[in-house]
Structures are given as structure tokens and as C-alpha cells.
Design a protein around this ligand. Structure first.
Ligand SMILES: NC(=O)c1ccc[n+]([C@@H]2O[C@H](COP(=O)([O-])OP(=O)(O)OC[C@H]3O[C@@H](n4cnc5c(N)ncnc54)[C@H](OP(=O)(O)O)[C@@H]3O)[C@@H](O)[C@H]2O)c1
Length: 253
């Protein structure tokens, strides 16, 4: 028999993970899974009560050390302070999951300046600020940087072109960044799911959690598990792109 590196009992033991958008959905599930896999975790988002309650849940269920840093990722100073606070608390940064994101479903002709800026501010600027501040620490730890892309970043999304464009940006940024920092031994991953049952869509009135029954589409825990697989990859390997699609999605595309 051989040792399977991705089948270790606590594969992320001794590593520190920072997750943005950890107050709900995919981010919250990812924080739970990374902590179960042995990582200490820093939880960031705007809703502090949600983060505190998740932190308590993770501390009760695992041996992980957990910190909460309320952060708006559209504020570059706040993101810098988040990364500094994480490194100060845990001594290093090994895994960063740039997850905070949102979509406002409206025809382009009806999208206001504020709605456009909100989507691009969180989905593009927020991802950039988080990656930029984290990079020196990830180079020092030879760590893993994960972005939440989307199927909408691989294909056109006629009912929300601006959201789709932000996710095309994320995928382009992720692969070019891998090109520029691969020699520093940082692994970059862009995870591209189809619909996930979360609070996504709340800005447009109806969440995906409310729109789909259990079993119809992907669950947040399943995306979190895919992220956990990606961040178990150590040098020389990376999962550059991970498309987690509903099996019937391309049938209706
Ligand atoms: N659900 C899907 O079908 C789906 C599919 C493909 C990709 N994705 C991507 O997956 C990621 C997570 O989405 P989700 O489905 O888990 O949605 P969600 O349940 O609505 O979670 C979104 C998270 O982003 C955070 N966030 C929003 N604006 C923020 C800001 N300015 N600063 C900091 N945090 C902010 C929210 O926290 P606060 O409100 O507390 O700040 C929340 O924790 C997004 O990037 C999304 O585009 C989702």
C-alpha cells in the first residue's frame, strides 16, 4: 500500500486559513470543513453576529483556533488590516479563500450605477484586495489561494452579463496569477460551481436556498469539500480550475 497525501487524517494540521464571505453559504461551509481538516481559521464578512456564532460552533466541534474579523472587502484598508490581524494572531497565512461575492439579477439597461459598483466592488475589487494583501504571506508559506468563480465565468450568462463579467475576470485573474507566482510555489485555484443552495440572490429578492429543493442543485458543503481537496494540493501541484457542475446543467444550456 502507498500513503495517499490527500487521505491524511488532519491534512491541514498546522495551517492557517482565511475565508472571506464566511457569514453564510459557501464561505461558512468552507470554514467548517477546513477547520475539521485541521486548519486554524479566520472568518471575515460584514455581519459580525453571524461570524461569532459560526466561530463558537467551530470551536465546539473541532480543535481549531478561530478568529473573527468583521471586514467589508470593498475597503482596501480594511482588507489590509484583516490580513495583518490574521498573520499577527496565527503567525502565518497558508490558505486564502476569496469567496465574498454577490449577484444582482437585472437587465443591463435597468442596472443602476450603485448596483453595478456593488457587484464589481465585491466580486472584482474585493478579490483583488484580498489576493494582493495575502500574496507575500502565501509566498512565504508556499500556500494556496482560492477564488470563487462560477459557471458564469466559463459561459455567457444572458440574464446577468455584469455578474458573468466579474466571474470571467476572476477566472482570468486566477490563471494569470498562477502564471506569475507559480515559481514562488503558491497554488492558485478557481472553483466554478453551477447553482448552490445558499443565500445568494438575496439582493435580487429571492435566494437560491428558497428557489431550489434539497437535492435539486449543489449544496454549499459540496463546494466546500471541493475547496478542501484543492487546498490539500502541495508543491508541485495545483488544481487550477475546478468546475463543479450539476450533471444536467449542460443539457439545458
Ligand atoms: N450560490 C451559487 O449558486 C453560486 C454559484 C457560483 C458561484 N458562487 C459564488 O460563491 C461565492 C459565495 O456565494 P454564496 O453562494 O455562498 O452566497 P451567500 O450565501 O449570499 O454568501 C455571500 C457572502 O459574501 C459576503 N459578502 C457580501 N458582500 C461583502 C462585502 N462587501 N464584504 C465582505 N463580505 C461580503 C456575505 O457576508 P456579509 O453580508 O455578512 O458581508 C456572505 O458571507 C460568491 O463569490 C458567489 O459569486 C455562488
Amino acid at each position: 500500500m502507498v500513503d495517499r497525501p490527500t487521505a491524511l487524517e488532519d491534512p491541514l494540521d498546522g495551517r492557517t486559513a482565511l475565508v472571506t464571505g464566511a457569514s453564510s453559504g459557501i464561505g461558512a461551509a468552507t470554514a467548517r470543513v477546513l477547520a475539521e481538516d485541521g486548519a486554524d481559521v479566520c472568518l471575515a464578512a460584514r455581519r459580525v453576529e453571524r461570524l461569532e456564532s459560526l466561530a463558537d460552533e467551530i470551536r465546539d466541534a473541532t480543535d481549531a483556533a478561530v478568529s473573527v474579523v468583521p471586514t467589508d472587502v470593498t475597503d482596501s484598508d480594511a482588507v489590509r488590516a484583516l490580513v495583518d490581524a490574521t498573520v499577527e494572531r496565527f503567525g502565518s497565512l497558508d490558505i486564502v479563500v476569496c469567496n465574498a461575492g454577490l449577484g444582482i439579477d437585472k437587465p443591463v439597461a435597468e442596472l443602476t450605477d450603485e448596483e453595478y459598483r456593488l457587484m464589481t466592488g465585491v466580486n472584482v475589487d474585493g478579490m483583488f484586495y484580498t489576493a494582493r494583501e495575502a500574496l507575500p504571506h502565501l509566498e512565504a508559506s508556499e500556500g494556496n489561494l482560492v477564488f470563487l468563480g462560477s459557471m458564469s465565468g466559463n459561459h455567457p450568462r444572458p440574464h446577468n452579463p455584469v455578474y458573468a463579467a466579474t466571474k470571467w475576470w476572476v477566472r482570468g485573474f486566477a490563471s494569470s496569477l498562477q502564471g506569475s507566482i507559480g515559481e514562488e510555489n503558491v497554488g492558485v485555484t478557481c472553483v466554478n460551481p453551477t447553482e448552490v443552495r445558499t443565500e445568494f440572490g438575496s439582493e435580487s429578492g429571492e435566494t437560491l436556498e428558497a428557489s431550489f429543493e434539497e437535492g435539486e442543485v449543489t449544496e454549499a458543503i459540496e463546494v466546500a469539500d471541493a475547496i478542501a481537496y484543492a487546498v490539500r494540493q502541495r508543491s508541485p501541484n495545483t488544481v487550477l480550475s475546478l468546475d463543479l457542475y450539476r450533471r444536467d446543467k449542460l443539457s439545458h444550456f
